[in-house]
Design a binder for this molecule. Structure first.
Ligand SMILES: CC(=O)N[C@H]1[C@@H](OP(=O)(O)OP(=O)(O)OC[C@H]2O[C@@H](n3ccc(=O)[nH]c3=O)[C@H](O)[C@@H]2O)O[C@H](CO)[C@@H](O)[C@@H]1O
Ligand SMILES: C=C(OP(=O)(O)O)C(=O)O
Length: 437
């Protein structure tokens, strides 16, 4: 098991390019199973979760041709659904969250699918009701084998219908869309999630011949088609990485340019960081963050303390809440961080408190951060990364903290950040991976 050893307290400087979006990649790679024709995908991030999903798709019989430079061609003309019955499939699919999105395409094309309880971050309850209720509305039958932790779904024929989702689940919406594109008749999904990941998925499916209307809204209309063809698709830059780099620049008082951000797809993200007092400049499609000695958290218009809370898109993504929290520890002012969606994502604040941050964890969902305003630096310590985004928040804290920090359990960070130590070293960070591989 390797760890990151970080000697912090240094200002960084330079340009950094975000990788392709992890959560988009997991949807797009699942969708390649929907067509027997070749589909070429570009800007695929080289990260653990994505590589595991590519391996799974290959195990299922999809021909995977690595074209180099983050591009791959997938041809799913010889899918072996018997692999779904193997222990190997169960073991591999249980290792990541994204595997849940294999269900929609497999069900659409082959009428039968199964899945172990998928993995992903341990950040509280992560139910899958939306997925299965949606499949059920389309005519599938499912049962959960509690002894084996296995979901079985059967559908000889999927039929379009109207459905109101119980919540705007990101992977749930993607799964139902992928099941509905090949169903008979028209499906209308209300309360659909509409993250850029989903917009990208729908646009790709339409290029393959699907008929999806309402893309980008919470009302999707899908006219089922008989078959889908091949296409090419390029992943967006990862908006969570972009937010992480903005936070990193602010915490370490660094001058950083984040290249090719697709600013038009970032929604409210830049505004939230600006409300923390961070100066951002849009230069074409790059985001320039000047070195800032201090930054001051705004209040609400009436003078009351700012709250930063997550909500489904176009609200603020829950995946950046941990980053906002860490950035606030060195701001001037106070902010209430409200992580509404997940129950166990804020416990990492204990580690920040050990580093000297002033935080009151009010309950599992809310933390009050009283910024230190640089009067005192955080101090380097040994810590373990509990989940992917808390891991990167701790990494940012460590890079800002004079002295040496060690972060263990960095497999969590590797799930979603490509060669993070190499890219940070290129802008001047003193970070090394020690032990393991
Ligand atoms: C592989 C992948 O793409 N993972 C992302 C995906 O996970 P995932 O698709 O698993 O997350 P969901 O959107 O289903 O739900 C996330 C959490 O929010 C709650 N919820 C959801 C919708 C809603 O309207 N109200 C509500 O309370 C759910 O109960 C759950 O606890 O979306 C999450 C929410 O953006 C992100 O954190 C994950 O990084
Ligand atoms: C929670 C996340 O990932 P996953 O859904 O794969 O666990 C995340 O990307 O922040």
């Amino acid at each position: 098991m390797s760890i990151f050893k970080i000697r912090g307290g240094k200002k960084l400087k330079g340009e950094i390019t975000p990788q392709g979006a992890k959560n988009e990649a997991l949807q797009i790679l699942s969708a390649v199973l929907l067509s027997p024709e070749p589909i070429t995908i570009h800007n695929i991030p080289d990260i653990v979760d994505v590589n595991k999903l590519i391996e799974l798709i290959g195990d299922l019989g999809c021909k995977v041709e690595r074209l180099g430079n983050g591009s791959c061609r997938f041809t799913s003309n010889n899918i072996n659904t018997a692999f779904l019955e193997t222990d190997e499939y169960r073991k591999k699919a249980a290792a990541l969250r994204g595997s849940v999105m294999l269900l929609g395409p497999i069900l659409a094309r082959f009428g039968k699918a199964s899945l172990p309880k998928p993995g992903g971050d341990k950040i509280g309850r992560r139910r899958l009701d939306t997925h299965f209720l949606g499949f059920q509305k389309l005519g599938a039958k499912f049962n959960f084998d509690a002894s084996e932790h296995l979901f079985h779904i059967d559908a000889s024929e999927l039929r379009g219908c109207y459905m109101l989702l119980d919540e705007a689940s990101v992977t749930g919406t993607a799964n139902i869309v992928m099941a509905a594109v090949l169903a008979k008749g028209t499906t209308t999904i209300y309360n659909a999630a509409c993250e850029p990941y989903l917009q990208q998925l729908c646009l790709m499916l339409n290029r393959m011949g699907a008929k999806i209307g309402g893309v980008g809204s919470n009302l999707l209309t899908i006219e089922g088609v008989g078959k889908l063809g091949g296409t090419e698709h390029t992943m967006l830059p990862d908006m969570i990485e972009i937010g992480s780099f903005i936070g990193l620049a602010a915490m370490t008082q660094s001058e950083i340019t984040i290249k090719n951000c697709r600013i038009d797809m970032l929604g409210i993200i830049p505004d939230i960081f600006r409300r923390l007092g961070i100066k951002l400049e849009f230069r074409g499609d790059d985001i320039y963050i000047p070195s800032q000695e201090r930054y001051e958290i705004e209040t609400f218009i009436d003078g009351s303390i700012l709250t930063v809370a997550d909500s489904p898109w176009p609200g603020f993504t829950p995946d950046l809440i941990s980053i906002v929290l860490v950035v606030a520890t060195q701001a001037k002012g106070t902010v209430l961080i409200h992580q509404k969606m997940f129950e166990s994502r804020l416990f990492f604040v204990d580690k920040l408190i050990d580093m000297g941050a002033q935080i009151i964890l009010c309950d599992p969902h809310r933390a009050n951060v009283i910024g230190l305003d640089r009067k005192q630096a955080l101090k380097g310590i040994k810590m373990s990364s509990p989940d992917i985004r808390a891991g990167v928040a701790l990494l940012i804290a460590a890079l800002s903290a004079p002295g040496t920090s060690e972060i263990s359990n960095i497999e969590q960070i590797d799930r979603g950040y490509q060669n993070i130590e190499g890219r940070l070293r290129a802008i001047g960070a003193d970070i090394e991976r020690v032990g393991g591989n």
